[in-house]
Design a protein around this ligand. Structure first.
Ligand SMILES: Nc1ncnc2c1ncn2[C@@H]1O[C@H](COP(=O)(O)OP(=O)(O)OP(=O)(O)O)[C@@H](O)[C@H]1O
Length: 467
């Protein structure tokens, strides 16, 4: 909540339209993004979005406006929305105001920081070329994540984004010495509860903070919860000087809440109905996610892609901010090839010989080209059959199908419904497995033997060497 700066003013509500509230104030008007309080016990929090004329401001409510009426007094707190920060937040689940929603005691925070903070100056930013190993074969091979960078997982509904984020938390949060910060934007409340319990069970909760603005919240709360999460991340990076692993599910819901707010504000929509300020709003959020000399913020963001269309303006604008983009394919998900990573659309700026080394780069390129050739051959196979293929093409198809299955992996996050224990695979084991498949070593092995295993040596263990 805001800390009263003493220069607060009072105004009156002149119009209530759903989550949009117009308030009259004597000059000078409260500036954009400042916080206003109204309603019974000042429980309703408003954020100024625009000035309609010299005496009226238009605001968006961040919680329920059910009992608001015209003429009600409104207090200008003199500041933007503030967020409690400090190590007291560790192990807690909060809402956009920093109030606990885990049923625990109130947060005794040492400080309150504004949720809207200036971007870190260019001179203070630190960039590196360190790869962040996740233990997931398809990601470590094809889209190595950058420590201190921003990565995104793109996919339509039901392709496995949330499960992948949970798996990353399980794999990275334990080995990760930093703080894990999970921000839920516009997703299901059930997932918030599952995440809280999963972190409790895996023992990482005491090094984690969870903050939610789920789909049951008004658009104003979903629009600002990402900024509140970034304020907490910046505190741990700059004051506690710890590395922060920031996981956001789902960045598209941030864009979508901005579209709702824009429509409620009466702004003319832009292409495909999105807000004309899409690029600015996204940059104001994404560009705060960066590393400094005192600590890094490594972010992994789930991005819902409407109608699986990667040319959608929200997806293209988000792509531009990321150093690694993992594209999840509905086709592979429907074939049960989980994680449903599309090897030809997935990429990372870290996948260059100077960063990952020649061996990894060559292996990734060879896997990609084999799978691309297989894609080209699929039409011939479906029309004329495998017999019509040359010996080389048949060898390519055999390798490609074995690579596709080797890059599947049982997750810890899905043990309860696959019955298979999760696997953490080191990059070295992933590279070795791909190289041996590309050398044709497993041409005589039933391709099912490579499905949902960890390292390639598990085949020997399963005794599946023969056809
Ligand atoms: N790695 C996996 N192994 C096995 N099953 C999986 C895996 N990932 C996803 N699934 C299956 O797909 C379903 C949907 O997964 P998930 O909720 O992660 O999709 P999503 O992309 O987040 O969907 P939404 O956008 O609706 O949140 C899961 O309930 C599970 O049945």
């Amino acid at each position: 909540m805001a800390s009263d700066t003493g220069n607060s003013q009072s105004g009156n509500i002149v119009a209530v339209r759903g989550n949009v509230i117009d308030v009259r104030f004597p000059p000078p008007l409260p500036p954009r993004r400042d916080e206003l309080r109204t309603g019974v016990d000042e429980r309703v929090v408003l954020e100024v979005q625009s000035h309609l004329d010299t005496g009226t401001v238009r605001c968006i409510a961040l919680n329920s406006t059910r009992r608001l009426g015209r003429g009600m007094p409104v207090r200008h707190t003199g500041a933007t929305l503030m967020m409690p920060v400090g190590e007291a937040l560790l192990g807690r689940m909060l809402d956009v105001f920093g109030a606990p929603v885990d049923g625990g005691a109130a947060i005794e925070a040492s400080e309150h920081w504004p949720i809207h903070r200036p971007l870190l100056p260019l001179a203070d930013r630190a960039t590196g070329n360190e790869v962040f190993e996740t233990g997931i074969k398809a990601i470590d091979l094809l889209a190595p994540l950058e420590r201190g960078g921003k990565s995104g997982m793109f996919g339509g509904a039901g392709v496995g984004k949330t499960v992948l984020i949970n798996e990353l938390i399980n794999n990275m949060a334990e080995q990760y010495k930093g703080i894990s910060l999970f921000c839920g934007i516009g997703e299901r409340m059930r997932e918030a509860e599952e995440m809280y319990r999963a972190m409790q069970d895996s023992g990482v909760l005491e090094k984690a903070v969870l903050i939610y603005g789920q789909m049951n919240e008004p658009p104003g709360a979903r629009f600002r919860v990402g900024h509140a999460a970034l304020t907490i991340a910046e505190y741990f990076r700059d004051v506690v000087k710890r590395d922060v692993l920031l996981l956001i599910d789902n960045v598209f819901r941030f864009v979508q809440s901005g579209t709702e707010v824009s429509g409620l504000m009466g702004r003319i929509p832009s292409r495909v109905g999105y807000q004309p300020t899409l690029a600015t709003e996204l940059a104001a959020l994404e560009e705060r996610i960066c590393s400094s000399r005192s600590g890094s913020i490594t972010s992994v963001q789930a991005v819902y892609v409407p109608a699986d269309d990667l040319t959608d303006p929200s997806a293209t604008h988000i792509f531009a901010h990321l150093s690694a983009s993992i594209v999840l394919s509905r086709k592979r998900a429907s074939q049960g090839l989980y994680p449903a990573v599309d090897p030809l659309q997935t990429d990372s700026k870290m996948l260059t010989p100077t960063v990952v080394g020649q061996r990894h780069y060559r292996a990734a390129q060879a896997v990609r080209s084999t799978l691309a050739e297989y894609e080209d051959l699929k039409d011939i196979i479906s029309m004329l059959g495998m017999e019509e293929l040359s010996r080389e093409d048949r060898a390519t198809v055999s390798k490609a199908r074995r690579l596709e299955r080797f890059l599947t992996q049982p997750f810890f996050a899905t043990e309860q419904f696959t019955g298979k224990p999760g696997r953490l695979v080191a990059l070295e084991q992933t590279l070795e497995g791909c190289e041996r498949i590309l050398d044709g070593e497993f041409a005589g092995v039933n391709e099912k033997a490579l499905y949902m295993i960890g390292p390639i040596d598990e085949i020997e263990v399963k005794g599946e060497r023969n056809e």
